[in-house]
Design a protein around this ligand. Structure first.
Ligand SMILES: Cc1ncc(COP(=O)(O)O)c(C=O)c1O
Length: 362
């Protein structure tokens, strides 16, 4: 029987060599590799500044500090996203205002605009599963109401919205390099990107004890720095990212071809170039199918089974949590199938064969 994981990080001889060189360099934190990785990431996304940190969550905590998010400020977020999207803002005492998704499974722009109040300061659209959120209406109402906009790009390295790379459209954006992500760094890692030099400078200082010089501290900061060994590995993967994403798109194409009649396929809008961080199908028999595939050696996942406005950490903490029918319908039916940059198409066929058999046998 085959064993096919849900995801698998890219690793080759080039990565090993780059990591070895970094190991031998004698400099381990915020050195040349980190500086080069920041430059290359910014260039790839098409922004002026990138600041690395130890994870997406760390980077966004520092970003929210920089933006001086205050207790009681409201921030509009999709309910259907990874829980970390909302953690940093809650740590600042701000209030997540949960809205429903549209048929892209990303935040619904109309619902988001309807949620704006006098207390709203910002919005965090999430480019979920590698598909961009519908940014133009969101950018328009953010500008109209004077809101900041932080793009959550943790799952969408390289995706494009109407030709523009995600991460280049908001006030700032944040990426994760967790091992399953389209771009990974062999451990935890993350960054923020922005065209705003003042934001970048302050995030840069805060991630490193608020320093302006070795022993001069402009702010009370943190140690949320990045390291040379992971930056060296990440730089190699960045050079392969477009090819790996193209392969993810081929995997998605094969799934669509083979499974289109058997389950509901994920959306890809004509204005989107998705990078398939996940390939998420919908079926009312999700749990039985997941169990069947598990028995056949196929890894699957549910991203995410409990929407954020129903999480134990949230219920009771924020009043008037809404009913969000699209999100609540979705979480009961979604199933993530294996997809990664080096997944052989014959393995995709094996997954499809198993799903066809499951369907045939009722
Ligand atoms: C959409 C989304 N936002 C934020 C995060 C948090 O990233 P990290 O684990 O690097 O803090 C993740 C990853 O889990 C994610 O998928």
């Amino acid at each position: 029987m085959k064993t096919i994981p849900l995801s698998k990080p890219f690793l080759n001889a080039e990565v090993r060599e780059a990591v070895n060189l970094a190991l031998e360099s004698g400099r381990y934190i915020l050195g040349e590799q980190c500086a080069a990785f920041e430059r290359e990431l910014a260039e790839y996304v098409g922004v002026r500044h990138c600041v690395l940190s130890s994870s997406w969550t760390a980077a966004v905590m520092v970003l929210h500090d920089t933006m001086e998010l205050r207790p009681g400020d409201e921030v509009i977020v999709p309910a259907h996203t990874a829980f970390p999207t909302i953690e940093p803002l809650i740590h600042r005492g701000a209030v997540p205002v949960f809205v429903d998704v549209d048929d892209t499974y990303c935040i619904d722009p109309a619902a988001a605009e309807a949620a704006v109040t006098a207390r709203t300061v910002g919005i965090i659209p999430v480019h979920l599963y590698g598909h961009p959120a519908d940014m133009d209406p969101i950018l328009a109402f953010a500008a109209k109401h004077g809101l900041w906009l932080v793009e959550d790009c943790a799952q969408a390295h390289g995706a494009r919205y109407r030709g523009r790379r995600v991460g280049s459209m908001g006030t700032a954006s944040a990426f994760s390099f967790y091992p399953s992500k389209n771009l990974a760094v062999f451990g935890d890692g993350g960054c923020i990107m922005t065209d705003d030099g003042a934001i970048a400078d302050k995030v840069r200082m805060l991630r490193d004890h608020g320093r302006t010089g070795k022993y001069i501290h402009q702010y009370v900061g943190y140690n949320l720095r990045f390291n040379e060994i992971q930056a060296a590995g990440g730089r190699v993967m960045l050079r392969h990212l477009d090819l790996l994403n193209a392969h993810r798109r081929s995997v998605a194409g094969r799934y669509r071809e083979r499974l289109g009649e058997l389950a509901q396929m994920p959306p890809e809008k004509p204005w989107a170039e998705a990078v398939y961080h996940m390939f998420v199908i919908r079926t009312p028999r999700r749990d039985a199918l997941a169990e069947f595939l598990g028995r056949r050696g196929v890894g699957t996942g549910v991203h995410y089974p409990v929407p954020n406005h129903r999480q134990p950490a949230i219920v009771g903490r924020f009043p008037a949590l809404p009913a969000l029918p699209r999100t609540e319908g979705l979480v009961a039916e979604i199933l993530s199938l294996p997809v990664f940059g080096e997944l052989p198409l014959e393995d995709v066929d094996y997954v499809c064969d198993q799903i066809a058999e499951f369907t045939r046998n009722g």
